[in-house]
Design a protein around this ligand. Structure first.
Ligand code: GLA
Length: 740
């Protein structure tokens, strides 16, 4: 595009922007507006405005991020920040969009490089910009060396969620090393009442919500494990003042990266708040030869004035409409059965067929055989890597089982853990060099397994061939793709030392490439991302997998908390939840089958119980609830979620409401941990209904309090509310409200 074209285009966009403002009264359309004269850039969409600009020195600075400004509001161009004290260089008080480590920067950089001559100074200045209907692209360059950075800003029209990413390009004549690269820096102006919410956890305890005030200093959430991790999830929300579940400002964001990542939040000495999200700089080094470039992951950032509930509803919508493989209208999750908790590794043809027949009888749609079907796999000590059917367990291969499953009207799914190997396997005996390791150093095992180096081309080719053959030779509709350990000794010895640390990026990129290629070759196969439960849930893997395994913790009460935390960041459309046995294997808690079902029905429903132990009554209960689930699942998975009563903070009660996008149905789940001190149940006021529509109440499980009307207006259910009759321990109720 010539400069003239560019100017003409920008002018057109400005005119359009102005016209849209008049004609639509400022209605949200994500269209970039570029004010060339002042070098001010603006994106508007979904009730949000994001603006930034360039000052006389070429510094790219944040100008505004929050609720939509009027189309005619002019944002003054940024200026150079004056010196505040000789102890603080002005660059550390400048709200940079993408600061390089250089020029005295001591706050968190978005990019840090080392040149061959030892120089570690990078001062990025605006060079050019370009805008089209969807995005603004900014080009920056170092003040003297040919290090170029391209920043992309794309805003989703419906939600105002901004996708930001960066590419660094080495156009010098020699190599340079990238020590640190973020997708973006996002800044918010001074305030003394910011709070940060984020998700931490552990195996069987994922998505624990943490909230703390932001004060001067840094907060770091990260994974150094090569995988997204259970310990922290790459999502955060920043609120201000008295923000609550349904009111108040919330800025939120999540990084789409399934490897080691870091989100760094810091408040500068004058109270400006900066969030920097990208590759984890810990042990990071990415050597770029002349002419090479490195892309960051994408950071997705949004804003809501409607509290944490509003923020998550926006983010859920964005994920459904923009991220998931089925976007903009992802398919609802089939009800699945999984054999893991029932049989562990002891799978065989008659045993699986017996389970499949019972699963089909209650309305299951997808039967998944978990671990144990391949190689010498009778425990977690051997066989990983040998993806050939175990002929002792399946003398005629998998075909007879798959045929039976299909004849029963179900799709067949299979567990795989392609990235791993047990040392006791034919694959490892043939290729001991294929794992991530340092030569001559111990190889730390976890669950008796090592991590294959997927960054290697031969490993990538092997996995593609193996999985392609598995999917070609069998009628498989679904893969549960597991990853059961963190990395250790992150070496890549067959690459020259300066390039070895590329592993952190190259591995994950090859994982994405592998998933994408398999999806291309087998477009009907759906995939679940599992990593010992919820250890690999992020917007990167979500673009390539239809669903995620939320947690190995299937205790229905613990799950309420895990699911509440999960939905802060991610849509229930992908959140799998199983009904398993009582006592639960994780904590020995005993709950009724109905309670277990209702907890699992808050997401994609699965059954993982040992059906051989069920009685007639259990089958009858399950059959009824699976049938009921099918009448509400589109609303539960794809509707607007209101966390009416949160289980956070040890609450004895919790309740969620999901409202269909068209307002035609709403689904209420209510749970009681235990009755105590003759406490009464507060009335639950619903939200998000159409006030004028009449909704009929249908009990799926449990009872409404006596004298609750059978039908009433949305206004009634929201204003007056609904009392649920619950008494005792681990009680649950569910209702559908159908618009008439
Ligand atoms: C992981 C998964 C489980 C199960 C086992 C099989 O722990 O999270 O659901 O698949 O592996 O070994």
């Amino acid at each position: 595009m010539t400069d003239f074209d560019q100017r003409r285009r920008t002018l057109c966009m400005q005119l359009l922007g102005g016209l849209a403002g008049i004609a639509l009264g400022g209605a949200a359309r994500a269209r970039p507006v570029v004010d060339d004269a002042n070098k001010v850039f603006r994106l508007d969409g979904g009730g949000v405005t994001y603006a930034f600009g360039v000052n006389g020195e070429g510094q790219l600075q944040s100008l505004y991020w929050g609720s939509a400004l009027a189309p005619g509001d002019r944002l003054p161009a940024p200026v150079q920040v004056p010196e505040n004290s000789s102890n603080e260089m002005p660059v550390n008080l400048t709200p940079f969009e993408f600061p390089g480590f250089g020029g005295g920067l001591t706050v968190e950089p978005a990019l840090k490089v080392t040149f061959p001559d030892g120089v570690r100074d990078l001062v990025l200045r605006h060079v050019s910009h370009q805008a089209d209907d969807e995005k603004i692209v900014i080009r920056l360059k170092d003040v003297s060396r040919a290090v170029h950075v391209t920043l992309t800003y794309a805003m989703d029209a419906a939600t105002g969620i901004l996708a930001r990413s960066a590419v660094v390009e080495n156009r010098t004549a020699s190599w340079l090393q990238v020590d640190q690269l973020a997708a973006a820096s996002l800044t918010l102006p001074y305030s003394d009442d910011y709070r940060m919410s984020y998700l931490t956890g552990r195996w069987a305890g994922e998505f624990a919500l943490q909230t703390r005030p932001i004060v001067p200093g840094s907060i770091v959430i990260e994974s150094r494990k090569g995988v997204t991790s259970h310990q922290a999830n790459p999502w955060l929300a920043i609120s201000r003042g008295a923000t609550e579940e349904e009111a108040g400002p919330v800025w939120f964001g999540a990084l789409g990266w399934s490897g080691s990542w870091r989100i760094h939040v810091d408040m500068d000495s004058l109270g400006g708040l900066r969030t920097t999200a990208g590759y984890n700089p810990f042990d990071f080094a990415y050597r770029l030869n002349a002419g090479e470039s490195l892309a960051s992951p994408v950071f997705h950032a949004g804003y809501s004035e409607e509290g944490f509930g509003g923020a998550s509803r926006l983010f859920h919508r964005y994920q459904r409409e923009k991220i998931l493989p089925g976007a903009p209208a992802p398919r609802v999750r089939p009800v699945l059965y999984n054999s893991w908790e029932a049989t562990l590794f002891a799978v065989d043809e008659p045993g699986q067929i017996a389970l499949a027949e019972k699963a089909a009888s209650i309305g299951v749609e997808r039967f998944v055989m978990d671990d144990g079907w391949f190689g010498a796999r009778s425990s977690d000590k051997a066989g990983l890597g040998d993806w050939v059917v175990n002929r002792k367990k399946f003398p005629n291969g998998l075909a007879p089982l798959i045929r039976r499953v299909n004849d029963l009207g179900m799709e067949f799914g299979l567990w795989v853990e392609p990235e791993m190997v047990n040392p006791d396997s034919d694959l490892y005996r043939a290729h001991p060099d294929w794992v991530i390791h340092f030569p001559g150093r111990p190889r730390s095992e976890a669950r008796t397994q090592l991590v294959l180096n997927l960054a290697r081309k031969d490993v990538y080719d092997y996995l593609l061939k193996m999985l392609d053959r598995l999917l070609t030779d069998h009628r498989i509709g679904f893969l549960k793709w597991d990853h059961n350990r963190a990395w250790s000794e992150p070496g890549w010895p067959d690459v020259a030392a300066p390039g070895q640390q590329r592993l952190y990026v190259a591995y994950v990129n090859n994982l994405y490439k592998l998933l994408a290629e398999l999806r291309r070759r087998h477009p009907k196969v759906e995939i679940e991302s599992c990593a010992s439960g919820g250890g690999r849930v992020d917007l990167g893997i979500m673009a390539l997998t239809e669903q995620v395994w939320t947690s190995d913790n299937t205790d229905p009460f613990d799950r309420l908390l895990i699911q509440d935390g999960f939905t802060r960041a991610y849509t229930p459309a992908i959140m799998m939840a199983w009904v398993t046995d009582a006592p639960n294997f994780v904590n020995k808690r005993v709950t009724s089958l109905e309670y277990r079902f209702l907890s699992a029905m808050q997401g994609g429903l699965g059954i993982g119980a040992n059906l051989n132990h069920w009685k007639d009554d259990d089958f009858a209960t399950a059959k009824r609830l699976v049938a009921d689930y099918k009448t509400i699942r589109a609303t539960v998975l794809n509707g607007n979620l209101y966390r009416l009563v949160s289980p956070q903070g040890g609450s004895r009660r919790s309740a969620t409401l999901s409202v269909a996008q068209d307002g035609s149905q709403a689904v209420l789940f209510a749970f009681l941990h235990s009755s105590g001190l003759r406490e009464r149940q507060p009335r639950i006021q619903l939200r998000g209904l159409d006030a004028k529509k009449v909704y009929a109440l249908r009990a799926i499980a449990g009872k409404a309090a006596p004298r609750t009307p059978e039908r009433a207006s949305g206004a009634y259910w929201m204003g007056h509310g609904l009392s649920v009759a619950m008494e005792g321990d681990f009680q649950a109720a569910a209702f559908a409200l159908e618009a008439r």
